[in-house]
Design a protein around this ligand. Structure first.
Ligand code: ADP
Length: 244
């Protein structure tokens, strides 16, 4: 990561006109796929993500079963056409890492103890990528899990904060991610504040880390409101249909 590229103008605006604490535009729709148990389509700035949830269902092969609780298997995949230069299809080190950290984050909120020997599959397909896709994927997964009716302690939510040109900002865009100083993706349970995922790329001082972390938590709460609206929107529509 290098910081010699100007990412903040003399007026204090970022390249896309945002202020330091502004989040890119987010659109969330729950229940977009008919064959999945739960699903979500999410647009976050230039990111487009589709999530399909299956389960809880019996884990196969049987040796993968845990007799005490369900296992959560998230699979993060970037479409070949999601980035500027065509990406080689299939898993790579990055997608294996992201799948692992998202699985572990979701495992902390899903009531896995209610479903021994079962699996919950969360398929995250990134259709368009413009930085922050792991946070977008995890946020969409939270809504898709609710849509699937899977019992959870809370709806998990994520956003990244970071540092560009020496300044701490929220929700890094593509150039900010590529040419900034640091990137700090954070996922929390908004109800309890429990940290579900925390990663860091680049360098931050302790003060900068604390500032970025607090900003990310604040951002998570803002995104959480959009998640809840998406869930409400779907179930209000169903309730209206039933009444008719
Ligand atoms: P995140 O998407 O969670 O921020 P990274 O920091 O690893 O994860 O990636 C930042 C951005 O870099 C991605 O959102 C995507 O736009 C781009 N990117 C990631 N992998 C590739 C790739 N294989 N080819 C081209 N661009 C990529």
């Amino acid at each position: 990561m290098k910081s010699d590229i100007e990412l903040i103008t003399s007026e204090g605006k970022r390249l896309d006109g945002r202020g330091p604490e502004d989040i890119r535009k987010i659109k969330i729709e729950a229940g977009v796929l008919h064959r999945a148990d739960g699903s979500c389509y999410l647009e976050w700035g230039g990111n487009k993500v589709l999530v399909a949830v299956y389960g809880p269902r019996e884990a196969v092969p049987r040796h993968t079963q845990n007799p005490l609780r369900a296992i959560v298997q998230a699979r993060y995949n970037m479409a070949a056409f999601s980035v500027e230069d065509r990406k080689r299809p299939g898993p790579d080190r990055r997608s294996v890492e992201i799948s692992k950290v998202i699985s572990e984050a979701l495992e902390k909120v899903i009531l896995t103890e209610q479903f021994p020997r079962a699996t919950v599959n969360v398929n995250i397909e990134v259709l368009d990528a413009e930085a922050g896709t792991r946070c977008a994927g995890l946020t969409a997964a939270g809504v898709a899990l609710i849509d699937a009716g899977i019992p959870m302690r809370d709806i998990p939510v994520a956003i990244a904060a970071g540092k560009i040109n020496g300044q701490v900002v929220l929700d890094l865009g593509k150039e900010e991610d590529n040419f900034g100083d640091a990137d700090l993706p954070v996922a929390i349970s908004p109800r309890t504040g429990e940290v579900l995922l925390l990663q860091m790329d680049g360098h931050l001082t302790v003060d900068e880390f604390n500032q970025a972390f607090d900003l990310a938590v604040k951002g998570c709460h803002a995104v959480s409101e959009i998640q809840k609206k998406a869930v409400m929107h779907k179930y209000q529509a169903i309730a209206a249909e039933v009444q008719e």
